[in-house]
Design a protein around this ligand. Structure first.
Ligand code: URA
Length: 221
């Protein structure tokens, strides 16, 4: 009897769930895998020229974090430090976010951090609709679908408006909102805490709420 034909190794579409490691249960042994789908999205972000912000950026800033993160943080857009380094939330706001994550019992290494737009707008202005829509469609939605986090934390008005249509942050801030099979929580942007440190305890309370929701029904290790 002839052996069954070898099946070709399928590369998952970019919007598929995250894949990592080598497939070993197929004939022919292991499939060499260079990176995860999130890595491929990051490469596309770095090379993206889909909107005018590509013309003024130094580096595009892809989302960053482990492929099994249960929390995803979405900010507005890279600032100067992020534009120079190519990494999200590395400036003063990023340091505040990292410290707040430690305070509530998690760390930057455990969460995925990204932005609505991946390139710095000139003089840090709020990203325009065209920039937000283009970048969301090309990159943010795919990061979200690929990661499949339990909770999406929206930092500030731009992220809350872009992802949830929220116009007044005060109406939803700190609430867990189920939508399209995902849980969202809007809170302050770290820059708002830098401007008004009295908001910090509320911000940390919101992060605690999001963390608890992300850990609910966590499978035992
Ligand atoms: N502010 C943001 O919204 N994102 C960053 O990455 C840095 C500052």
């Amino acid at each position: 009897m002839r052996p069954p034909p070898l099946r070709p190794w399928p590369l998952p579409p970019l919007s598929s769930t995250c894949w990592e490691g080598n497939a070993v249960d197929e004939p022919g042994g292991e499939m060499p895998v260079k990176g995860t789908t999130l890595d491929l999205i990051a490469e596309e972000v770095s090379a993206c020229r889909k909107c005018p912000l590509a013309g003024s950026r130094t580096k595009a800033v892809p989302g960053e974090g482990p492929g099994n993160a249960r929390m995803m943080f979405v900010g507005e857009a890279p600032g100067r430090d992020e534009d120079l380094s190519g990494r999200p939330f590395v400036g003063r706001g990023g340091k505040l976010l990292s410290a707040a994550l430690e305070t509530v019992g998690t760390s930057r290494k455990e969460v995925f951090i990204t932005n609505v737009v991946k390139c710095r707008p000139p003089r840090n202005r709020v990203p325009l609709k065209l920039e937000r829509d283009t970048c969301k469609g090309a990159h943010l939605t795919r990061e979200l679908e690929t990661l499949g986090p339990k909770v999406v934390v929206l930092l500030g008005r731009t992220a809350s408006f872009s992802m949830q249509g929220v116009r007044a942050l005060g109406e939803v801030r700190g609430k867990l909102i189920e939508r399209d099979g995902r849980t969202y929580l809007s809170t302050y942007h770290p820059a708002a805490i830098l401007r008004n440190p009295r908001l910090r305890s509320t911000f940390e309370g919101d992060l605690k709420t999001a963390l608890a929701a992300s850990r609910r029904n966590k499978p035992p290790k």
